[in-house]
Design a protein around this ligand. Structure first.
Ligand SMILES: [Zn+2]
Length: 155
């Protein structure tokens, strides 16, 4: 039986559970014992079944999940899909044709991280590039938000 590779997220975990796709038996694997090479591993279950797993150690998977956010431009709020995030800025897809942005424009941006606590990030930003996606650089970032972003991107 051919089974597709299972991806197992290990960030922040001490033990992960690996379930056999053949018989459903769960094996507990200590994260300390997992060599972090990004390679696929073949796992063999006592039932005789084998399959491949890949251990994912990154905290934040870019584009794994789109973040819904809002930008406020000249007092009007528009919804955007944030597609890429870094400690100093982000890119988003502008979903509202009425929201016209040009390079150098300033706006206010607000979104929640896809972390367990869904922390709110809210600050001013300056438009750096436009096109299919708009790229902005955060500016006047409050200390609270700086802390949240720094923590979010700590490897
Ligand atoms: Zn099994």
């Amino acid at each position: 039986m051919r089974v597709e590779t299972r991806v197992i997220h290990i960030y922040g975990k001490k033990v992960v559970e690996v379930e056999c796709p053949h018989c459903g038996k769960v094996q507990k694997v200590s994260v300390e014992r997992i060599p972090l090479t990004g390679k696929e591993y073949r796992v063999k279950c006592p039932c005789g079944g084998t399959w491949a797993v890949k251990f994912e150690q990154r905290r934040h998977l870019r584009k794994a999940e789109k973040l819904v956010g809002a930008v406020t431009v000249k007092g009007i709020e528009y919804l955007v899909d944030i597609t890429d995030l870094s400690i100093s800025g982000c890119s988003f897809i502008n979903k509202d044709a009425r929201c016209k942005l040009g390079r150098g424009d300033t706006l206010h941006i607000r979104f929640r991280l896809d972390s367990d606590n869904a922390e709110l990030v809210e600050c001013s930003a300056i438009v750096r590039n436009t096109g299919e996606q708009t790229g902005v650089e955060f500016s006047n970032v409050p200390d609270r938000v700086k802390k949240i972003l720094t923590f979010h991107f700590m490897a």
